[in-house]
Design a protein. Sequence first.
Length: 342
Amino acid sequence: MSAYTTNGGGQETEKINTNIVTLTRFLTEEQAKHKEATGDFTLLCHALQFSFKSIAYYIRRATLVNLTGLAGSSNTTGDDQKKLDVISNDLFIEAMRSSGKCALLVSEEEEDVIFFNDSTGARYAVACDPIDGSSNLDAGVSVGTIFGIHKLQEGSTGTKEDILKPGTELLAAGFTMYGASAQLVITMRGGTVNGFTLDNGVGEFILTHPDMRLPKSRAIYSVNEGNSLYWEDGTNNYFNSLKTPQENGKPYSARYIGSMVADAYRTLLYGGVFAYPADKKSPKGKLRILYECAPMALVFENGKSEHLYTLPSFTSKHSRSRWSSGRQQDEENARGRARTHS
């Protein structure tokens, strides 16, 4: 935060805030609060932030160095891979491997679980979507990285059971949005949600949004209404009810970017309802549980969202689900109105 003061000559000079909380400082201070901490989790997070900085760098330069467009292949979930998908996935894998603290990694871009057998003593399993919303890259729309961290079971050296856990067992989760600036949001189990902005000048993530909380009420909804033809009647009734005047005489406003991380970040800042409903094309939902739904659910739960997302059981690392988030009051009010319109 900057302020202005006068020097001896009466001229205003900028007063620089030197008490800056970087992500590195934040993690170190959090570690100091836990006497049992070994520092392994902190080192893993340092590796994560390096991958975020690297991805942000390549996204800024993508058009200049011909990194937009398709790479000519598809990932394991059937999505066409962009060139940056491939690069970001490789960056993430190497960051986790070199940290020495990650025993296994699940990535949207990989068919199989990656085991880092050389990382003896590693106690963590990581799930990630290296670039979510990559179909927006060519248009310069915000994309993001989503990640979740699990701790290995006691005595385990790393098996797929260490990552195929319900979201309620996540140790930490978050996402980084790459837009006008890189915005990192991270939370730990039972902790607060904190937002950091990448300062490209010093190369550090700076704490700019401490203790983020979902606003109690905001008349905004975010959903891809292009799929409404395939929605269940209840889903259509629900969103149609938002378009009619509410108690304040105004309908909800629609805000939809089409990039989950960007829509989630806006909802976290401004409030409202954000959803990816199941439909006739995707009866189980579209989003992957392990590295999209579960990490986002922890962020919104710790952001004091009263509408908690219950994750279904799953056995595959690429299992899908529907998604919704928002304040309970917003959704209950709208659902009550939906029933009156059905």
